[in-house]
Design a protein around this ligand. Sequence first.
Ligand code: NAD
Ligand code: IPM
Ligand code: MN
Length: 344
Amino acid sequence: MKIAVVPGDGIGKEVVPAVLPTLEYLSEAYQLGLEYDVFTWGADQWLDTGIGLPAGAIDLLSSEYTSVFLGALGDPRIPDMAHGRDILLGMRKGLDLYVNYRPITLPSGVIDLYRENTQGLYVGIGGTVARAGTVSVAIDECVYTRETVEKFVRFCLGQLRDKGRRKVTLVHKSNAVPNTGGLWQDVFRRELQNFPELAGSEEYVDSFCYNLVRDATPYEGILASNLFGDIISDIGAALMGGLGLASSASICPETGFALFEPVHGSAPDIAGKGIANPYAAAMSLALMLDHLGHGQAAELFRTCVIEVSQSDAATPDLGGQGTTGRFMDHVVALLKRGTDNRTS
Ligand code: NAD
Ligand code: IPM
Ligand code: MN
């Protein structure tokens, strides 16, 4: 089984190629047998051919690949991100990657953010009503099925328990959005009864964001619906020190198929300058190594990435003088040192 690599657009095409040599190195050093193919899905292909996610891509991915490693999608020439929705949301839905894990790593510890990844406001149901050529009504439906909320909540609570977590917070907005909000509360309360190790709490998303920014230390696990989880991810990234640091894994627990990508987008403001921080992409690759059962390689890799992020070779967003390439060259050098130590 191979890995499908999708660099995508903008800085995705910078951070992914910078990180791949570390995957090759680790696969060789630890004999992981990890091979990959690169797919050029993204804005250029969309503009040239009108194709986003090619026909048959979901079948191809699920039959021949174990995971996807994605950079980012987004291009100023496609302001409505139509290609990105087709490719990224197409994979999330088509592969049923309903659990989006986005760790918020802070000096006080890691907060495990779990975002539902396939439904809610992202179901793509809605439309517009036009009057005299201008849109007068716009509708995007928020849809949740009990089946999806249940399997999501159950899986995430299980993960939190297995990690030894003691607290979990459901983030919702049932005061203003009572139908889906109420379904989430009902499922959360019922499922929690099977997890006596976990103390559950519920917060409205607005006050939750306020509390998180003021003091993140009380939180251990967070469960959120799709759009709330998207927004909380970027707040979490800001708390971590920037979008260049936030990683993610989108998982289908039933099949084991997963997609790994940084939380950030294509960053058109810095694309082409060679200064994009590869940390988030690298840490997403570390999540992939964990997921594929290569925890030892993942641990060494993380240690090396963190060490470079604290050095002069770090990118400017972290206060360093480095470039995307130099950052990862240093990581490879540290990996070599680490694996030499292991064998000597
Ligand atoms: P963005 O995440 O691309 O950038 C926001 C800010 O963070 C920018 O100032 C950028 O320079 C900075 N930043 C992001 N990643 C960085 C990195 N690795 N190193 C240093 N700085 C970094 O968000 P945006 O500008 O709102 O979106 C740009 C495009 O990306 C849009 O088309 C959007 O739809 C798309 N997008 C895609 C994804 C994805 O593919 N998963 C995620 C978010 C946004
Ligand atoms: C993310 C992104 C995507 C999302 C966009 C690009 C569709 O913001 O992965 O966080 O909303 O999920
Ligand atoms: Mn986002």
